[in-house]
Design a protein. Structure first.
Length: 114
């Protein structure tokens, strides 16, 4: 996704909030120095969060596909989560950490705002 590339995959940004707006939308808020961005994942069927703490520095956030690096790790994380529906999302994103939180999310669409 070009939008993620525009943000350099959020490398070294800090994740500072996670929320849901309804049963199928996951929202994550991030900042880097004076910049701020929010990612809205819609059509979420599964998500898994590990190692969330007081400091959550992102290494990268990428959309991954079968055969790509970390795809199996994301699938293993998602396998531990409870699904929202039998229908699966069309995409998988993995937020890898430099420190703190790691997040895998299975979803249909992503929208970024700054």
């Amino acid at each position: 996704m070009n939008e993620l590339k525009d943000y350099v995959y959020f490398h070294d940004w800090e994740l500072d909030a996670i929320g849901v707006s309804d049963a199928k939308e996951l929202i994550i808020s991030m900042h880097y120095e004076s910049k701020r961005a929010v990612a809205f994942f819609s059509g979420v069927s599964r998500c898994a969060l590990e190692h969330f703490g007081m400091t959550n520095i992102i290494y990268e956030m990428k959309i991954i596909r079968p055969g790509e690096a970390n795809y199996e790790r994301a699938i293993a994380m998602l396998a531990k989560s409870e699904g929202q529906s039998k229908a699966r999302g069309r995409q998988i994103a993995l937020l890898s950490a430099t420190a703190g939180v790691e997040l895998a999310v299975e979803f249909d669409a992503i929208r970024l705002t700054s």
